[in-house]
Structures are given as C-alpha cells and as structure tokens.
Design a protein around this ligand. Structure first.
Ligand code: SF4
Length: 376
C-alpha cells in the first residue's frame, strides 16, 4: 500500500520546508542554466542545515523537500538526511536529476528518504544529451526504477514539456504503466511542467530563442496526452505531494496518473502554498514574490527560530493576504532563489507574453508562405 504524506505536526497547517542544498548543478539543461562554468557556487554547511532543520521542526514543520542546484552533488547528502531523521522529520523528499540517486538509494532510505521526484524530459538518448548537455540518461532511468522498486510512496517524474518532446508522452505513460504493474513497493506518476520562462537561461538571447521555439500550450500538452487514452480528472486531494496547482488525470485504462502544470497558459495563479523556502544562499521566503528576504545563514539558532516563526505566522495572517492580494506564482528572476544572483535583465511576464505572441505570428506567416510555395 502506498504511504501518503503525514506532513504536519498536530494543529499545524501542512507546511513544507523546501531547502536548496547547493546552487551547484552537474548538468546544464538548455532551459535552465546557460552553458559553461557556474562561476559562484554557494552551499550551506551541514551545521547550518542542521540548525535550520531543527528550527523548522520546532515551528511545527514535519516535511522537508531538498532541491538545488542538484542536491545529491553534496558529498554529505546522506548526512543531511540523517540529521533530519534524527530531528524527527516524517517526510523527506528529494528532487534530483537522478545521476547519483540509484547508487545511494538504499542508504538514503535508511537515512530517512521517503520520496523521490526525478527530473526527466525525454527518453531519447540523443535528445537527452542535447537538452542536458550531459550523458547519463541510463543513470536517471535507473534512479526512477530503483525509487519505484524501493520507496513505498509515489515516485514522480518531473518533466519540462516541450514541442519536441510531446511525441514521447505515450512512451512515458507506457513505461509508468509497466513499472506500476510489477507489484513493487511504490508507483510512478508523471508531472508535466509547461516550459515557462523564469530561469537564468531565458535571460540570454540563445535561451530566449530556445524557449519560444519549444513552448507548448496547455492544449498541445493535453492533446498529446489524450492520444494515449481518455483523460480522467482526479481529485487533487487524492494525490500525495507537492504543488497544489497541478491538474491530475488518470490516463485511459493505464491507471497512470499524469499531472499538468500549465502556469504560463494559466497566468501563474497562486496555488496557496505554505512553503518555507530556503535558497542555497540562505534567503528565506514564504512566497516567491517576497522582496528582500532575510538571510538565514550566519544567524544563531534563536535568530533562525524567531525568523521562521515570524515568516510562517506572517504567511498565516490577514496582513499577508492584504500585502500579497494580487500575487502570482512568478518571479522575474526565479534563478536567484535556486542558484545565485543571476546576471542579466529581469523580464516580467508581460514581456515574455509579447515575445511569444510575436514568435507565433512569425510562425503563422511562415506557414502561410510555405503553403503558397507548395501550391505553386
Ligand atoms: S504565489 Fe506565493 S503563496 Fe502563492 S503558490 Fe506561489 S509562492 Fe505560494
């Protein structure tokens, strides 16, 4: 039987702690980071992390989600899990590109890991190499399969859905159906994230070009999915896990759950999350729209605790609703909360909408011109 999340202490709303363990990533996905060396890598010490975990636990949070960069590049990743386990976290989740997870998964589970979300956009080796500028598709696949085999929870593939990968959706669903039919500890679900722009890569000309060419609308995603089977909507509350904004479907008679998050098409609605986010450089936020977040690293334990209490109480208050009444789940430079300060001009939502509209007009004109030529 699958284990559902027991996220919060009694009397406490379902708060999650989401920590970026490092700004370092061992790959350079085209839609995420620009190619080349990451000049600055920031990551907290194990002692800082332990204090943050302790303070978050003291304010009632029982679920921690590790992100990065790539969290498993930390040599002491297992020690972080053990620290959270000793403190008493009921749920420990990692989002990973899967290059290392399969090698350490038994120890990770012994150390308290309860769930894995593995980023994987394509099952095609050539396309994978192109998108990630790396070569470890086999490792990623192995990590997904080991997670489903060993973790009695819902492992998820997290996929950035692009025009060029839509045709692979049936393959993803068949793979999940096959794994789910083996009677193993867990099951596999698929999360499809619309390719929306807010990563460091889109601040470069090359990255912007890539985004507008590869962007797929919600209609395109749903159409590609429905080629596998009827899309049967599932109650959001019946699925364990993360972002409250996803629309979940069961696909035909495969039994496979697929989540669609089309934030760009939807205008980045607030999903009402209750997440205390700590970036690799220690910025603590309760909403990604928050300006001038406090820096947690370097504070003593009492200061950390007081900051977490202040932030989580603020998120629960009417004042937060007043201050962030028109909030959207968009930050022009989201990369600064995930990697480090991002060099390049901010681009707001409107600007990206205009870029896409111009691109689609050009595409339409080019298609009409091509039709004209073929009719001659
Ligand atoms: S807008 Fe803020 S509160 Fe709403 S889902 Fe995003 S981060 Fe959470």
């Amino acid at each position: 039987m699958l284990v559902m999340d027991g996220r919060a202490a009694p009397g406490r709303r379902s708060w999650n702690l989401r920590i970026g363990l490092t700004s370092r990533c061992n790959i350079r996905c085209r839609y995420c980071l620009p190619d080349g060396r990451q000049d600055v890598v920031v990551q907290p010490t194990l002692a800082e992390l332990t204090a943050v975990l302790q303070a978050a636990h003291e304010v009632g949070i029982r679920r921690v989600h590790y992100t990065g960069g790539e969290p498993t590049v930390r040599r002491d990743f297992l020690a972080v899990l053990r620290a959270a386990q000793e403190i008493g976290f009921a749920q420990q989740i990692v989002t990973t590109n899967g290059y290392r997870l399969h090698r350490i998964i038994e120890e990770a589970i012994d150390s308290g890991l309860t769930r894995a979300i593995v980023s994987l956009d394509t099952l095609d080796e050539t396309q994978n190499k192109f998108l990630t500028r790396a070569k470890f598709l086999k490792d990623t696949i192995q990590s997904v399969e080991r997670a489903v085999a060993l973790l009695p929870t819902l492992t998820k593939i997290s996929s950035v859905t692009m025009r060029s990968t839509l045709k692979e959706l049936p393959k993803f669903v068949r793979w999940a159906a096959d794994l789910n039919s083996r009677g193993q500890a867990g099951r596999l679900a698929i999360k499809l994230n619309q390719f929306f722009p807010s990563n460091p890569a889109q601040l470069s000309g090359e990255g912007e070009e890539f985004w507008k060419t590869e962007f797929a609308s919600e209609e395109m995603i749903l159409e590609a999915l429905s080629s596998v089977g009827e899309l049967k909507p599932i109650e959001r509350t019946s699925v364990e896990g993360d972002n409250p904004s996803y629309n979940y479907y069961e696909i035909g008679d495969t039994g496979v759950m697929v989540a669609v998050l089309a934030m760009f098409s939807w205008g980045y609605p607030c999903g009402g999350c209750h997440k205390l986010r700590i970036s690799p450089q220690g910025l603590a936020t309760v909403c990604i729209g928050q300006q001038d977040p406090p820096v947690i690293w370097g504070m003593n334990y009492e200061e950390k605790l007081a900051t977490f209490k202040r932030l989580t109480d603020y998120r629960e208050s009417d004042q937060f609703e007043k201050d962030f009444r028109d909030r959207v789940h968009y930050r022009a430079q989201l990369g600064e909360l995930r990697f480090d300060s991002v060099v390049g001009p901010e681009k707001d939502i409107v600007e990206f909408r205009d870029i896409l509209a111009r691109h689609q007009e050009e595409r339409g004109r080019a298609a009409v011109a091509a039709d004209g030529v073929s009719e001659q």
